[in-house]
Design a protein around this ligand. Structure first.
Ligand code: ASP
Length: 319
């Protein structure tokens, strides 16, 4: 593994499968009564969150603690960042403290890359979401969730060859969609983006995904194995991208009717937080086909696997 995890595109197929395999071992640890490994004893991991987060922040913290790391949580609110301290000064402070790894979430696309390529800090940098750019651990936990549902809980060495994945909704603002198309195509899956033209990037030619503008037509013709609904990211919208929320829910929301149109084995995913009643209705969100909570559980195992891969060096995983 490389020193940092900045983009899902940095992982080769072998590296991605290896992380999924390690996560499988970690999920066995998470099922034990004592959910703890000594792997990162003596290592200091800083969670540096400049943007709000529930699942990702908690998940990283649990993962770090289960691997016995010393954990420092640093959120921009209530720190000197709110007094105007720059990313450079913050990073240099963390370096002086002796951070072995920094998990960073920032509203600016590229923030994690800036840290990794600066000489402000020597430790590993893990991108936990940078603006509309990438969220590689989300893509890994999504791939892990698909692999478990499709191939079974213990399926070491398996990829996602031929699996058809529809990613639906606010692609334009979604780092989840960007990271997923990279990782899923590396793992052999076939990715389809489905969105109104206003919520697709103007130049989508670089994406490893087929584009569709009609959800029902796409579901009927492609019969996807996985449907991933994206949150409408109102906080990143500076213009009007669709007429009304009601109309969006009708045309683009996943509901009981669309659930019934899927093939029996298909699953519905959502990275959270969900706008219930907008991009996904309660029947879908709470149905056995929905993997929303499994994704959260799998997120802990994936983050343990990533931390282990980046930080443990020659130490044994002891799983
Ligand atoms: N939690 C994911 C992210 O941070 C998805 C979302 O916020 O819609 O990108």
């Amino acid at each position: 593994m490389t020193k940092h995890l900045l983009s899902a595109g940095d992982l080769s197929r072998e590296q991605a499968i290896e992380i999924l395999d390690i996560a499988e071992g970690m999920s066995n640890v998470n099922d034990r009564e004592i959910k703890k490994l000594p792997t990162l004893r003596g290592k200091t991991v800083v969670n540096l969150f400049f943007e709000d987060s529930t699942r990702t922040r908690i998940s990283f913290e649990v993962a770090e603690k289960r691997l016995s790391a010393d954990v420092i949580n640093f959120s921009a609110k209530g720190s000197s960042v709110s007094k105007g301290e720059s990313l450079k000064d913050t990073a240099q402070t963390l370096e002086a403290i002796g951070a072995d790894a920094v998990v960073i979430r920032h509203s600016a696309s590229g923030a994690a890359n800036v840290l990794a390529h600066s000489n402000w800090i020597q430790g590993s940098i893990i991108n936990a979401g940078d603006g509309t750019h990438e969220h590689p651990t989300q893509a890994l936990l999504d791939a892990f969730t698909m692999r478990k549902r499709i191939h079974g809980a213990q399926s070491p060495g398996k990829a996602l060859d031929g699996v058809k994945v529809a990613i639906v909704g606010d692609i334009l603002h979604s780092r989840v969609a960007r990271s997923n198309q990279l990782l899923l195509s590396t793992l052999g899956a076939e990715v389809h983006f489905v969105a109104p033209p206003t919520l697709l990037p103007q130049n989508a030619s670089g994406f490893k995904a087929a584009l569709h503008y009609n959800l029902d037509e796409m579901l009927a013709t492609e019969k996807p194995d996985v449907v991933m609904m994206l949150r409408l990211q109102a906080e990143r919208m500076n213009a009007s991208y669709f007429p009304t929320e009601r109309e969006y829910a009708r045309i683009w929301g996943f509901n009981a009717g669309r659930l019934g149109a899927l093939k029996d084995s298909a699953i519905v995913m959502h990275p959270g937080p969900m706008n219930r009643g907008l991009e996904i209705d309660a029947v879908t969100a709470d149905s056995p086909r929905s993997t929303v909570l499994e994704q959260v559980t799998n997120g802990v195992s994936i983050r343990m696997a990533v931390l282990y891969s980046l930080l443990s060096g020659e130490r044994s995983a002891d799983v």
